[in-house]
Design a protein around this ligand. Structure first.
Ligand code: DX5
Ligand code: ZN
Length: 220
C-alpha cells in the first residue's frame, strides 16, 4: 500500500466554476493539489463536449502544477501535437479509442511527455500487456466516462490490484478517475493507486484543502 506521502490528488476542472477559473485553480493549488486534471470530451467517444487544446493553453497560464490531460476523444492520435503545444505534461488516451495504441504512446513519449492509457470499467487490464514498456500512467476509470458526479464502481478496486501486478518491471502511476471521495479513496489506495482524480468531491466542497487532504490520507 502507498503511504499518504506518495499519494497525489488531481482535482478535475470539470467540476469547477468556470466563471471563476483562476480563483478555482488557485484555491485547489493552495489546498495541496498535486496535478490539475483536464477532461477533454468530443461528443463522440463520450456524449458531452467539454473543451480542446486552447482551453488547456489558458489553464497552462493559470498554474505551475503539472497538467494531466485526459483525452476522451476519438482518433486521439490526430490531436496529440496540439495538446503538447498547449502545455500538457501528461497525455492520456483511451485504449478503446486507439487502434494504434503503440504508435500513439510512442508519439507522446517522443515529445518528452508522460504517456497514459485510460481503461473504461468494462475493458480488461490485460489489454495493456503488449505495450507495458511504453506506459507511464494507467488511468482506471472508476465510473463510465462522460460526466462528473457519478457513483464509484466497486469492481474497479480489483482492476487496480491487477494493474499493480502487471507492471512489475517498471514503476508507473496508477490513477483512478470517477466517484473518488474521502470514503471511496481508501480502497483504491489500499489496492495500489497513487493518483486520485476528484472533481465533485473537491470543487463541490466548501474547503478544498480539507477535502484534498482527506482524500490523500483516506484509510480503510
Ligand atoms: C469523467 C471524468 C472525470 C470526472 C470525475 O468522465 O474523466 O475526470 O471529472 O468527476 P467526479 O470526481 O465528480 O466523479
Ligand atoms: Zn478524467
Amino acid at each position: 500500500m502507498n503511504s499518504s506521502a506518495n499519494i497525489k490528488v488531481a482535482p478535475s476542472v470539470l467540476a469547477a466554476d468556470w466563471g471563476s477559473l483562476e480563483n478555482e485553480i488557485s484555491k485547489a493549488e493552495q489546498g495541496g493539489a498535486d496535478l490539475i486534471h483536464l477532461d477533454v470530451m468530443d461528443g463522440h467517444f463520450v456524449p458531452p463536449i467539454t473543451f480542446g487544446a486552447s482551453f488547456v493553453k489558458t489553464i497552462r497560464k493559470l498554474t505551475k502544477l503539472p497538467l494531466d490531460v485526459h483525452l476522451m476523444i476519438e482518433k486521439p492520435d490526430l490531436h496529440i501535437d496540439s495538446f503538447v503545444e498547449a502545455g500538457a505534461d501528461i497525455i492520456t488516451v483511451h485504449q478503446e479509442a486507439c487502434p494504434h495504441l503503440h504508435r500513439a504512446l510512442q508519439s507522446i513519449k517522443e515529445k518528452g511527455l508522460k504517456a497514459g492509457v485510460a481503461l473504461n470499467p468494462s475493458t480488461p487490464v490485460s489489454f495493456l500487456r503488449p505495450v507495458t514498456e511504453l506506459i507511464d500512467l494507467v488511468c482506471l476509470m472508476t465510473v463510465n466516462p462522460g460526466w462528473g458526479g457519478q457513483s464509484f464502481i466497486e469492481t474497479s478496486v480489483e482492476k487496480v490490484a491487477e494493474t499493480k501486478k502487471l507492471f512489475t518491471n517498471h514503476s508507473i502511476d496508477i490513477e483512478v478517475d470517477g466517484g473518488i471521495t474521502p470514503k471511496t479513496a481508501a480502497k483504491v489506495i489500499q489496492a495500489g493507486a497513487n493518483i486520485l482524480v476528484a472533481g465533485t468531491a473537491v470543487f463541490g466542497s466548501g474547503d478544498y484543502q480539507a477535502t484534498i487532504s482527506a482524500i490523500r490520507s483516506s484509510k480503510t
